[in-house]
Ligand binder design. Structure first.
Ligand code: GTP
Ligand code: MG
Length: 193
C-alpha cells in the first residue's frame, strides 16, 4: 500500500475515546521495547510518527494512527516491563482486554515477538489468550537485522513450534532497520481491509 496520509487521531485510555468512524483496525501487541512503534513507522515510511524509544514502556496509551483515511493502526502499550507497578500493569491489562474483547472493527491482530530470544511467558500467555478468543494473531518476529540468516530461520521455526499458529506463514521475520518482511506484512494487512 502506498501511504499518502498518516496521522495520530487519539491517544486513548478507555472505550469512550476510541474513534467513531468505524474504519477497520489493525492492532499491535507485544512486549515493551519489542518494536511495535518502529513497525508502524516502517510500514508507513514515516520515521517519527509513532514514538519509539530505547527506554521500555514508552507507549502507555492506545494510540490510533489513521492511514490513508482507510484504516487504523492501533499501537498498544507493551507488556512485561518489570519496572512498572502492579497497579499500572493491571490498568494496562484491563485497557487492552477491553479493546480486544469489544472492538468490532478490529480486523487483524499482530503479535510482535523478539526474533533474538525464546518467546517469553508473557508472549505465550498473550498468544494463547488471543487464540482462545478466536483472534488468530499473525506473529511478527522483530529485530531480524540483529541476527544471522541462519539464526533468522531457526528463530522463525522455533516461534512457530513454541507458539503454534495455524500455518508457517503466520510468522513473519521483520526488521525496521533493513525492511525485511515489510512487503509480507503489508500483504497480510491488505487481505483484511
Ligand atoms: P513500547 O512502546 O515501550 O512498548 O516499545 P515498542 O514495542 O513500541 O518498541 P519501539 O518501536 O519503541 O522500539 C524499541 C527499541 O528497539 C528502539 O530503540 C528501536 O530503535 C529498536 N528497534 C525496533 N525495531 C528494530 C529493528 O527491527 N531493528 C533494530 N536494530 N532495532 C529496532
Ligand atoms: Mg511503542
Amino acid at each position: 500500500m502506498k501511504v499518502n496520509n498518516a496521522e495520530i487521531v487519539i491517544s486513548a485510555v478507555s472505550k469512550a475515546q476510541y474513534p467513531e468512524d468505524r474504519l477497520p483496525e489493525v492492532v499491535l501487541l507485544g512486549r515493551s521495547n519489542v518494536g511495535k512503534s518502529s513497525f508502524i513507522n516502517t510500514l508507513i515510511e514515516r520515521r517519527g510518527l509513532a514514538r519509539t524509544s530505547s527506554q521500555p514502556g514508552k507507549t502507555q496509551t492506545m494510540n490510533f494512527y489513521k492511514i490513508n483515511d482507510a484504516f487504523y493502526f492501533v499501537d498498544m502499550p507493551g507488556y512485561g516491563y518489570a519496572k512498572v507497578s502492579k497497579r499500572e500493569r493491571e490498568k494496562w491489562g484491563a485497557m487492552i482486554e477491553e479493546y480486544l474483547q469489544t472492538r468490532e472493527n478490529m480486523v487483524l491482530v499482530l503479535l510482535l515477538v523478539d526474533s533474538r530470544h525464546e518467546p517469553t511467558e508473557d508472549d505465550r500467555l498473550m498468544f494463547d489468550w488471543l487464540t482462545y478468543y478466536g483472534l488468530d494473531p499473525v506473529v511478527i518476529a522483530t529485530k531480524g537485522d540483529k541476527i544471522s540468516r541462519n539464526r533468522q530461520k531457526k528463530a522463525v521455526d522455533n516461534i512457530f513450534k513454541v507458539l503454534g499458529p495455524r500455518k508457517k506463514s503466520d510468522v513473519i521475520l521483520f526488521s525496521a532497520a533493513d525492511k525485511t518482511g515489510k512487503a509480507e506484512a503489508w500483504e497480510r494487512i491488505e487481505e483484511r481491509l
